[in-house]
Design a protein around this ligand. Structure first.
Ligand code: ADP
Ligand code: MG
Length: 753
């Protein structure tokens, strides 16, 4: 390396010295100069603009720009040289108090730099004292400017230069490393930086009018003006989108080059027979998607397909037909379900739909029948042994199960197709574990999800899967009406909700009551296999237990008791949650399906896939505890038959609160795509990109999946072209390096199939 030159790969401990380097590493996980330069400012203060102090909230760690209003020094009687300094700063409207405690007279010296009329940056955690917001011992920097007494304001020339630009960057900071320490570190590496060759081809840069990389890196940290900043952001977004799409294109090519066993559709087999036995006509969408899948299964390279379709659009039938095609061709298929309840239901419905076709080895079985094995986490030893044997010998052409399917002891004779239902519940490793069970060839993979995925998310998160979408629901479905029941401000409405449940039951229909928690004494981890997807529905963002002094969310066991003795007395009520033993869950679902239970009080175990057409009403308690997409999934459980469905979202969230508005939005539309966009707006992008992003910092920092749709589409097209022409990127070393830099340590992130 040339002396005095810094590269993006250089460790920060070397570029900035061990102390600062270590601090940036422990506080923000920044290791290299490139990492630091991708730690972009959170916002920029324009010179002359002060922070809106009325927007501060207690507990926030803030960096504010404000003007010193007045300064007072209070001696502390009886405490010798100790004193308390009080500085009131203002944005010309609101005020904020800064409090300093001094142990000796000398310590007050620094404090004297705060001269009324001068502007400074102050950083600290907002607390309150006698109803007024304050920062105790904030870190601060006074900005250069006219001082009544130059001696009292010894601003270094370096600092003066730093704040000379129009826009002052404010970095995501912590109590230990302030925004201006980061700002100075950035400056220190930026000056001697050699950003290397530009990863974006020059021709492409020109066509899209993009800034060069070195210029963009400089401008995002030290913009001359807003236009300079916009140009930098646009360029750096391209880097993210282009590197990601190039990496995904490489993966698609590599996957297509893998060998897979072709499993062509065989006439006169189980698949044909299943079709003739179907009690309904397939929708046009089901036929079309089915044909695509049938064609891909017959190929010698593995299918990687994502099937999305609204709840109730009939994805399971498509999966069964695909599985039977593979069985007919001599292979086996595995269906991975996220919960035991759903695995059991799939098993019931597959064996039911197949009838004698699924009764291999039993009396009355069809001649070419196959077996359908069920494997769940807590089934009895004997049943488990027999299921394992059937899977091993190939007697079971179809294996249905939960994560238990992934265990080492599960060995297939010839696994040809992996179907993953309700995909968002499974992690990358789990999918890989199942895929690895195919002997020599890669199995075909079909991933199904009822959570509609906006196009941009599909292009980024699932960028290496081909996508099919079922857009229509089977005929004869009834619309679901959804209403918010404001239990706190209108208790009468809640009473009415229970009356509605009684009315439906009186007409022979059934009802669900959904609660966020199980209750009882044991630790509340419903569905032990997926501990984080219940109880608190918002993806774990809400901590367990009492939140902010609020009462605990309602629990299945408590609500059941209250309903049984109160508004639903006399009805047949049962409970369903993840803590029940598997036989019990299966029994409850069977009884409910058979109409022997009127009201099922459950956790969100019933969220995915549960299919009981006779259930027409669902009451969701503490509905604000659930995410938007989850509420949409839940209500998809009603309105699956001929009678209209009704979903009541009970909530104590006050009118016009964000929670209440979220619920109103769910009530206002049945359009899953609209709701998933809303969900996207309300979550951080990192949550959407999922666990794969955890650990290392998110590599997509500037790209916004909602607003950068055009850019992502263009980048995908351009990157695919570059990679098709040069799969190894031999002629694009800088791009190769950029991909490695952004995604190198998170291969998982790309491993989404
Ligand atoms: P999804 O998994 O997409 O939510 P399912 O596959 O569970 O939906 O289908 C929901 C219900 O609709 C099931 O009872 C299924 O048998 C039924 N179904 C599927 N396709 C059709 C169709 N074309 N016509 C009528 N009913 C259908
Ligand atoms: Mg389903």
């Amino acid at each position: 390396m040339l002396p005095g030159v810094t590269t993006l790969r250089e460790p920060l401990t070397r570029a900035l010295g061990p102390k600062t380097g270590k601090a940036l590493e422990t506080q923000f996980g920044l290791h290299t100069v490139g990492d630091l330069l991708r730690h972009y400012p959170r916002r920029y203060y324009t010179r002359g603009e002060l922070t809106d102090l009325s927007s501060l909230r207690e507990g926030d760690h803030v960096t504010v720009l404000a003007r010193v209003d007045h300064v007072t020094l209070h001696p502390m009687p009886g405490k010798g040289p100790r004193s308390r300094g009080e500085v009131i700063v203002t944005d010309d409207r609101a005020k904020l108090m800064l409090t300093f405690f001094f142990r000796s007279a000398g310590a007050q010296y620094a404090f004297r730099r705060m001269v009324p009329g001068m502007v400074g940056m102050f950083a600290g955690t907002v607390s309150s004292f006698r109803g007024r917001l304050q920062l105790i011992h904030p870190e601060y920097e006074m900005l250069p400017g006219a001082s009544p007494d130059a001696d009292l304001n010894p601003i270094s020339t370096e600092l003066a230069a730093e704040f000379a630009t129009q826009m002052i960057p404010v970095y995501p900071a912590s109590a230990k490393v302030s925004s201006w320490v980061i700002s100075r570190s950035v400056k220190a590496v930026l000056d001697p930086l050699d950003a290397g060759e530009d990863p974006l081809p020059a021709e492409l840069r020109e066509r899209y009018g993009l800034a060069g990389r070195a210029e963009a890196i400089r401008a995002i940290h030290r913009p001359l003006d807003q236009a300079d900043l916009d140009r930098a952001k646009q360029r750096l977004k391209w880097d993210e989108a282009f590197s990601l799409q190039a990496a995904l294109a490489q993966r698609r090519l590599a996957a297509a080059a893998m060998p897979a066993m072709p499993r062509p559709r065989i006439a006169g087999g189980l698949a044909d027979e299943f079709d003739t036995r179907l009690p309904f006509t397939l929708t046009a969408g089901q036929v079309a998607v089915g044909a695509t899948i049938a064609r891909e299964l017959a190929c010698a390279s593995p299918m990687h397909r994502l099937l999305q379709g609204e709840v109730g659009s009939g994805k399971t039938v498509i999966a069964i037909r695909a599985m039977l095609q593979v069985v007919d061709a001599g292979g086996q298929a595995a269906l991975l379900a996220p919960t035991e309840v759903l695995a059991q239901q799939h098993h019931r419905s597959v064996t039911g739909l197949l009838g004698p076709l699924a009764a291999r080895g039993q009396l009355g079985a069809a001649e070419h029948a196959t077996g359908v094995a069920l494997l769940t986490g807590s089934m009895g030893a004997a049943a488990r042994r027999s299921a394992l044997a059937d899977v091993f010998t190939g007697d079971a052409g179809i294996a249905i199960g939960t994560h238990a399917l992934l265990e080492e002891q599960v060995q297939f004779a010839d696994l040809g197709l992996v179907v993953i239902d309700e995909q968002h519940r499974f992690g990358v490793e789990q999918r890989d574990a199942l895929r690895a069970k195919a002997a020599d060839n890669r199995p075909h993979v079909l991933v199904m999800t009822a959570t509609p995925i906006p196009r941009t998310v599909a292009m980024t998160v699932y960028g290496d899967l081909e996508t099919s979408t079922l857009t229509e629901l089977p005929a004869g479905r009834s619309p679901i009406a959804t209403h918010v029941v404001p239990a706190a401000d209108k208790p009468r409405y809640l009473q009415r909700a229970w009356e509605r449940v009684r009315e439906e039951v009186a007409q022979g229909q059934q009802a669900y009551v959904v609660c966020p928690r199980i209750g009882g004494d044991a630790p509340d981890s419903d569905e032990a296999e997926y501990p984080d997807d219940e109880d608190f529905a918002d993806g774990g963002t809400i901590p367990r237990g009492v939140v902010g002094g609020r009462r605990q969310p309602l629990a299945v066991l408590d609500v059941t008791a209250a309903l049984d003795q109160g508004p639903l007395a006399g009805l047949r009520i049962a409970v369903l949650h993840g803590r029940l033993p598997p036989e019990e869950k299966d029994r409850v679902m069977r009884d409910f399906t058979a109409g022997m239970i009127d009201v099922l009080v459950a956790t969100s175990v019933i969220e995915v896939g549960v299919d009981v057409p006779n259930a027409t009403v669902m009451v969701i308690m503490d509905a604000e505890r659930f995410g938007v997409s989850q509420l949409h999934q839940l209500r998809g459980r009603v309105g699956r038959g001929a009678a209209p469905g009704l979903c009541l979202l009970v909530s104590e969230a006050p009118p016009a609160s964000p929670s209440r508005e979220r619920l109103e939005a769910v009530a206002a539309t049945l359009d899953g795509f609209k709701l998933s966009r809303l969900d996207l707006e309300q979550r951080r992008e990192g949550d959407i990109l999922g666990a794969a992003q955890a650990g290392r910092q998110s590599s997509l920092k500037l790209l916004r999946l909602l607003t950068d749709e055009d850019l992502i589409g263009q980048a995908r097209q351009e990157a695919t072209a570059v990679v098709s022409a040069d799969p190894q990127l031999a002629a694009h070393p800088a791009l190769r390096e950029a991909i490695d830099e952004l995604f190198g340590q998170q291969a998982d992130y790309l491993d989404k199939t």
